[in-house]
Design a protein around this ligand. Sequence first.
Ligand SMILES: C[S@@+](CC[C@H](N)C(=O)[O-])C[C@H]1O[C@@H](n2cnc3c(N)ncnc32)[C@H](O)[C@@H]1O
Length: 229
Amino acid sequence: MDARRTVRAPRPNPGRRSEAIWSRARAIAVLDDPGRPAREDPGALWDLAGIGPGMTIADVGAGTGFYAFPASERVGPSGRVYAVDRSPELVALVRARARERRRRNLIAVRSRPARIPLPDAVADRVLLANVLHGIPPATVREAVRLLRPGGRLIDVDWAKRPTPNGPPVAHRLSVAEARRTLAAHGLRPGAAHDLGPEHYVLVAEQPLGPGHRRAASPGPPRRVPTRPA
Ligand SMILES: C[S@@+](CC[C@H](N)C(=O)[O-])C[C@H]1O[C@@H](n2cnc3c(N)ncnc32)[C@H](O)[C@@H]1O
């Protein structure tokens, strides 16, 4: 199914208003918490998500780059990570960090809820980390548009039960709800796994279109703008 033709996808979480733009101060306090990697290790994702050297990753709702920076290390100099966020402050923060850390393969991109300024099918993997429960269908649609045929969306989100950290349980999506949301956008959700004590990972594949053959490897990075507007 062509995700762009999916016009009536449900809100990811009807009981929840859209995720607000995160301020720099709130993001640094919460997302850069030094205790976080012990509870939610980005390195545990790579094998689950099949992320390796040379790939292009779009991290939508990237925040301070908690996942985007380790991902840029994982894909290496021949790969690329787009750290997409609607918060201009966080885009500026990630851009400055990428410069300081000399991560030339990490590009910060400012989005709007219904528009991510990147081409169709640009990414081998799209990462939604702690965002699906709070974003509108228009952003999910945009995230899916970025995936190449056969590419995978990686949804990391809070388990729907009380945990010491995280949003109120009523704001969270169960695995079944996340699966339904992604399927409504044309993806094929697979198995879910635990990621630490508070999160799950759900991997969903963008079906191959007619005439596409499954690639043996991700292939070289595509030529796309390095400084999107
Ligand atoms: C809970 S934080 C998660 C940040 C990061 N993924 C992480 O796990 O550390 C949610 C992020 O999504 C961003 N955001 C909220 N709504 C968005 C949307 N519609 N499109 C893009 N980014 C969005 C916020 O500005 C914030 O940085």
